[in-house]
Design a protein around this ligand. Structure first.
Ligand code: HAM
Length: 415
């Protein structure tokens, strides 16, 4: 990172710094995620980002590409192989398996962890992202699948999207497994088929057709396929629940080996951002990894990067507002303590206030408050303290109003 003997100010490749405005947007996304998850009865959990590397190599949890090429894995000082989690599902399965006897089911859990994947950074792909994980454990019922997809739908609506802005594409591993059995595909051909379907839309249709034929499947089997029974039932339930932008899409497979039933992806319909935003599915066998009996589970992971892109192309991101409601400028350094006393009284009333430290000219103090996007400003000088009256300025308009210091809290609360 050193250039001319100096350190670069760039962050590590593929990860992001969050300056206050970006962090505010990040918190906005998280607060919508939390609100939607909690209002549906999901409890928040968390875990360390360090996991033993074997968690991602075990049969059943593996996603070959992720386990072999995309993890950050290193040896710790005690020669243990450690991985920065590339996803949350193995972790949450581990946590549930560990306390299975104490927990009560159905279990509804959510988390917003940062996860790490050594990928080539590009639009929508970075090396560290935050991912809302919503998972429901302990129910095989199709109502559980419907609840999870409905939550994905509710989240998109809570972000300000209309049903035309996105589409939920659903398939089921049952459908795919049916094809695999019907054609007696070998393990190798099955892997090829998964990989091919996962790249659908990213390779030309000629190339896709050729590869399908090589595996021994005719492209018509996809184009003409009718929705399997479980997907039809799901779509009907979803419609009844007010979600009408979901449809069967045979090409949806999702990369992980652990999915056993329903799989889905939410797609952006905007021509400038026509891509998968997030996805998930049913994984009923992951608990076996820990020597436990199987336990049905269904959930999804929604990344912050793809959602930001979605919101940005539609101008759905909120404009930044400063966390400071009022700035206390001072006529000189001797007024700082007085201003701090007033600020303390305001804060005690729940109003965020910041005080200038008095080392700049008044004009510069006002300019700097304006640049920070602070809505209100008062100037504290000897006159204001003696008279108990201040002029409160609305920085966006330059309007001023004279009020008594004692009525400052109620005045500011009215905004
Ligand atoms: P995934 O599809 O690998 O699934 O990731 C879920 C979402 O995380 C993606 O759809 C995308 O929004 C985001 N994402 C993944 N990789 C990156 C990246 N390199 N940069 C930016 N965003 C990314 C899973 O991880 C499953 N564990 C989800 C799940 C939970 N299934 C059931 N429960």
């Amino acid at each position: 990172m050193a250039r001319n003997g100096k350190l670069s100010t760039d962050p590590y490749k593929g990860v992001r710094d969050f300056y206050p405005k970006e962090q505010a947007l990040q918190q906005h996304l998280f607060s919508i995620m939390r609100q939607v998850a909690q209002s549906a009865g999901y409890e928040e959990y968390s875990a360390s980002l360090l996991e033993p590397a074997e968690l991602y190599r075990a049969k059943g949890s593996e996603n070959e590409e992720i386990a072999t090429q995309q993890t950050y894995t290193f040896l710790d000082r005690g020669d243990r192989e450690v991985t920065l989690r590339p996803e949350m599902t193995p972790t949450v399965a581990r946590m549930v398996a560990a306390r299975r006897r104490d927990l009560s089911f159905p279990l509804r859990w959510y988390s917003i962890p940062n996860v790490f994947r050594y990928e080539r950074p590009q639009r929508g792909r970075v090396r560290e992202h935050w991912q809302l994980n919503i998972d429901l454990f302990g129910s095989e019922h199709i109502a559980a699948d419907a609840e999870i997809i409905l939550l994905a739908h509710t989240l998109m609506r809570a972000f300000g999207a209309t049903e035309n802005d996105f589409e939920i594409r659903i398939s089921s591993r049952g459908f795919l497994n049916g094809l695999i059995t019907q054609h007696s595909l070998s393990e190798e051909s099955t892997k090829k088929l998964h990989g091919l379907l996962d790249r659908h839309g990213k390779v030309s249709s000629q190339e896709e057709e050729a590869s399908l034929k090589e595996i021994g499947i005719s492209p018509q089997e996809f184009v003409a396929s009718v929705a399997p029974k479980d997907v039809v039932e799901l779509l009907t339930t979803l419609k009844e629940l007010g979600c009408s932008n979901a449809r069967f899409e045979p090409y949806i497979v999702r990369g992980f080996d652990y999915y056993t039933g329903l799989v889905f992806e939410v797609y952006d319909t905007h021509p400038d951002n026509n891509r998968s935003l997030f996805g998930g599915g049913r994984y009923d066998n992951l608990m076996e990894l820990f020597g436990e009996e199987t336990m049905p589970a269904v959930g999804f992971g929604m990344g912050d990067v793809t959602i930001r892109d979605f919101l940005e192309v539609r101008s759905l991101t909120p404009s930044y507002t400063s966390p400071i409601k009022v700035y206390l400028a001072v006529t000189g350094e001797d007024m700082v303590t007085e201003a701090m006393k007033i600020a303390s009284r305001l804060r005690a009333q729940g109003i965020s206030a910041a005080v200038d430290l008095g080392d700049k000219k008044l004009g510069e103090q006002i300019k700097s408050a304006d640049k920070k996007g602070i809505p209100h400003l008062i100037v504290i000088g000897r006159n204001e303290i003696d008279s108990g009256m201040v002029a409160i300025r609305t920085l966006a308009t330059g309007e001023e109003e004279k009020i008594a210091l004692t009525s400052l809290p109620s005045f500011l609360k009215s905004f």
